[in-house]
Design a protein around this ligand. Sequence first.
Ligand code: FES
Ligand code: FES
Length: 156
Amino acid sequence: MLKISGATSITLNVNEEDREVIVRPSDTLLFTLRKGLGLTGAKPGCENGDCGSCTVLVDDWPIKSCLMLTVEAIGKRIVTVEGLKDAPIQRAFVERFGFQCGYCTSGFLMVCHALSKIHPDADDTVIQDWLQSNICRCTGYQEIEEAIKSILGEKI
Ligand code: FES
Ligand code: FES
């Protein structure tokens, strides 16, 4: 990990683009994405790792961006909901009514997208295990589960 002592310009690979941004040592990835790069799809919820609304992909794995320092993400591939580009899970959420207020939705989309790539044969146990990482205050869990099941095995 790069050690920085004050505000420093770094390069992050976000949604397949190299982006330059000024960061401080204590900035979280969530803060930098939203305030430094203007990518507001990842949402601040609890900001302590419980709710998952801030989830992004880092080297293809869902990561709670409120728990990762920005400097830890240097040299890794970051994908936010803005970079999903018509992924099947987005269509599935619309078709299966996988959101209500929508605050948790980008986080769930990122988890479900990663799950569909990493475990295309996931059974109910695996799906429920993965979805535990995120909280939907509108309690739309059944619809979210139906959405992920509807796209498993689709070519992504
Ligand atoms: S805001 Fe990151 S887990 Fe809740
Ligand atoms: S749709 Fe409202 S919090 Fe999940």
